[in-house]
Design a protein around this ligand. Sequence first.
Ligand code: NAD
Length: 257
Amino acid sequence: MKRTVVVTGSTSGIGLAIARAFAAHGDNVVINGFGDASDIEAIRQSLEVAGARAIYHGADMSKPAEIDDLMATAAHEFGMVDVLVNNAGIQHVSPVEDFPPEKWDQIIAINLSSSFHTIRAAVPAMKEKKAGRIINVASAHGLIASPFKSAYVAAKHGIMGLTKSVALELAEFGVTANAICPGYVLTPLVEKQIPDTARTRGISEAEVKSDVMLKFQPTKEFVAVEDVAAVAIFLASDAARQITGTHISIDGGWTAQ
Ligand code: NAD
């Protein structure tokens, strides 16, 4: 059956791979995120495979009214949201004493509060239908910390708590809520961090990759976006119906240490 899938922050990286994977299954997808309008339109068209339709909504995930409009538009265009993937996220790397307060607020808004807003919009219809999947793209940083990422680590730990609480509320309604915790995935978000981390730590960009990022990833390989998407597809499947209030790590062994 064709589902309605909303993926926030899906014009690039992990979100785009997740949108592509659901579209390939024939689901209708709603993509969201920033970027050049013609690039986004090309992405949208490329998702209309396997009989699926795709629409784009440009909601800024730091703005609750725009998030409400995204969720209302998805339901209006395709019917209720069956699968909600909260993926939009940004990063900022800085010692805590220099961390700009406005960056803190922005990261909490985009990486944490936006999921509260999408979830509260999606839940009534999911409860009524007694079916639904909420998938929050958290991070290894939802489980453990690294220095200089105070806002990101706080937001990602917060999303783990939100996931568990919502899972308990919805457990008897056939709705699951889970998190995916990737380690380092080579996406634009990570590529942008390399020069900042090099500057903050006073090391070369090559050393950031080998000694900082992959230092803690025992496989010594970046995670592929397609592999994260495959976890999302599984969590949305019938086979995952008893998996709720938890997370799946995909981090090359990082958090086993
Ligand atoms: P990315 O930068 O490639 O993609 C982020 C997406 O979010 C883009 O589509 C961007 O336009 C969108 N976005 C940013 N701010 C937005 C806003 N205010 N409103 C709407 N959309 C906005 O990043 P990515 O690496 O694919 O990250 C996706 C998610 O995965 C994030 O939540 C990130 O924290 C998480 N994650 C990434 C990694 C990694 O190593 N890349 C690891 C663990 C978790």
